[in-house]
Design a protein around this ligand. Sequence first.
Ligand SMILES: [Zn+2]
Length: 192
Amino acid sequence: MDGYYVHESSYVDDDVQIGSGTKIWHFCHIQSGARIGSNCTIGQNVNISNNVRIGNNCKIQNNVAVYEGVELEEGVFCGPSMVFTNDLTPRAQFPKGKTGYKHTLVRKGATIGANATIVCDHELGSYCTIAAGAVVTTDVLPHALMMGVPARQTGWVCQCGQVLGEDLCCPDCGRKYEHTEGRGIRQSKKGE
Ligand SMILES: [Zn+2]
């Protein structure tokens, strides 16, 4: 496996795949069966558990554990010290083992802010943004902005990360969005 970097203080178990251009910094542990895409940045003190899938171009900041059952599509940003879980009813005295792990899917381009918590068994839609410190206990729509404890949707965010106004037009990049028949938004065809 050439073309990636692992700092000498980190442990990479057997049967791990790491894509080219990916950098794994100090004091990380990448566990067996993990699949990490290309051009990812894995910050200091990050644990990637067994069989976790991480897409290309993800950035995982310091002190994050990506537990078994969590899957990141491409371009996902995990802020410093944010928390994933993989068990809704943990008991030290009644361990479930691998079969009890819940699935958490983080779609393309999503951002999870510093110190946020993602309760497992949910899907975070593409390009959603979870604010710092939020506790997500529901599925999240694509492009949704989620804040608070428990997290509620307070608005919409652009593909570029900027918060959208009422007109669903991005003040930074000019992308325009429209409401869908459901509860979500999508990029407008017109004006591109
Ligand atoms: Zn934008």
